[in-house]
Design a protein around this ligand. Structure first.
Ligand code: ZN
Length: 139
């Protein structure tokens, strides 16, 4: 079984194109400069209804704010991966901007609330990659 693949739409196409090149790009509001993820028709930050979002590369570092261990596969294509850890990460780019993905370190003993991570990419097809995370060494 293969994993489900993202189906880009007009709002998300630039995000997925960048992800395929292993670049994390987030939508930045043309009015206030804040990031909105995922972008909606209205800016989360300033409320503009014409935010003119442009996708801007970010460094992809962040801190773990929550996680869960998946022990059962609810979707096809994940059977060989369980158990795996899904982390909810707040990106350093802007408070409140979050991304959820697999932690590729497994059930690492270093995993804790606030643990620093960086974004990496998992190729699920040759032309399709999804963001995931790996723990950073702590000083
Ligand atoms: Zn805005």
């Amino acid at each position: 079984m293969t994993r489900p693949v993202p189906v880009p739409d007009a709002q998300s196409a630039a995000f997925w194109e960048a992800a395929a090149r292993h670049v994390l790009c987030l939508a930045r509001c043309g009015v206030c400069g804040a990031f909105s993820h995922p972008p909606d028709v209205v800016c989360d930050h300033c409320g503009s209804t014409s935010p003119g979002f442009t996708f801007t590369p970010v460094d992809g570092q962040g801190a773990v704010r929550s996680w869960t261990v998946m022990r059962q596969s609810f979707l096809p294509g994940f059977e060989d991966l369980i158990p795996f850890v899904l982390v909810d990460v707040e990106l350093t780019e802007q408070p409140g901007v979050r991304l959820i993905g697999r932690l590729l370190d497994g059930q690492a003993p270093r995993l804790r609330l606030g643990a620093p991570v960086r974004t990496v990419f998992e190729h699920i097809r040759p032309e399709t990659a999804v963001p995931a995370f790996t723990l950073l060494e702590e000083a």
